[in-house]
Design a protein around this ligand. Sequence first.
Ligand SMILES: Nc1ncnc2c1ncn2[C@@H]1O[C@H](COP(=O)(O)OP(=O)(O)OP(=O)(O)O)[C@@H](O)[C@H]1O
Ligand SMILES: [Mg+2]
Length: 247
Amino acid sequence: MKIIICGKGGCGKSTVATLLAREYQKEGKNVLVIDSDESNYGLHRQLGFDLPEDFTHYFGGKKGAYRVFDEKGKVFDNRWHFSNIPEEFLSGEEGLHLMAVGKIAEAEEGCACGIGFTGKMFLDNLDTGDDDIVITDTEAGVEHFGRGLDRCADVILMVVDPSYESIHLSEKIHDMGMALGKPVFFVINKADSGQAAMVRDAIRDKDAVIAEIPAQSEIMMAGLKGEALTCESPGVQDIIKTVCDFK
Ligand SMILES: Nc1ncnc2c1ncn2[C@@H]1O[C@H](COP(=O)(O)OP(=O)(O)OP(=O)(O)O)[C@@H](O)[C@H]1O
Ligand SMILES: [Mg+2]
């Protein structure tokens, strides 16, 4: 099962990825979280892990990755499994691992396309067993749709916070997901009950709203202190109940 998590900047993508990963781990699944955000560094802290080495380095960095892919997908003729990902590109613990595709490290180092391409090729060529769950956390916006990353997932989860921009983006992501033939579901995050009702009301495809994760002070404090997320949210089970049918 491959789940991709998207949404506007700061809506709670990495938070939802972390809560979902922890819940699946508790259920005994083997979880791989893929950090495909080229800019932000928060996800590994929310998981309580070290930031692993950029997976793009496996191919010699962004430029190396281009060369490898130009050679007609030599590397990607081979399939990837949880078991053959080199250890130095993973951090984590029993049942839950994190991989980071790559980060922009220096000014004027060039665009992030090599990183995006590496992430797409990896996800596309990753084979999963029945108990394997892959959760890909994306960068804000819709660039990953443009790159074709979402085509590699079984389910698209969009996190919607209580803002006009988020609601507006939900329509666009819904349509892009449908165009790919992928199920798109919405998770309302960081809203109180009144705001959540307003967001639900504004979303066109109401059946696609599958969960609500309320604004929780434990989540906000962990975010403020840069600490691991240890709390739970009832909304996470609602996500799992729906997406388990979409492998
Ligand atoms: N349900 C929630 N309750 C309270 N605070 C939350 C909740 N969800 C997220 N936050 C806080 O909102 C901030 C943004 O969350 P997060 O980093 O998960 O968003 P993001 O969409 O991944 O952001 P980015 O676009 O920068 O990657 C963090 O400080 C986080 O702690
Ligand atoms: Mg994030």
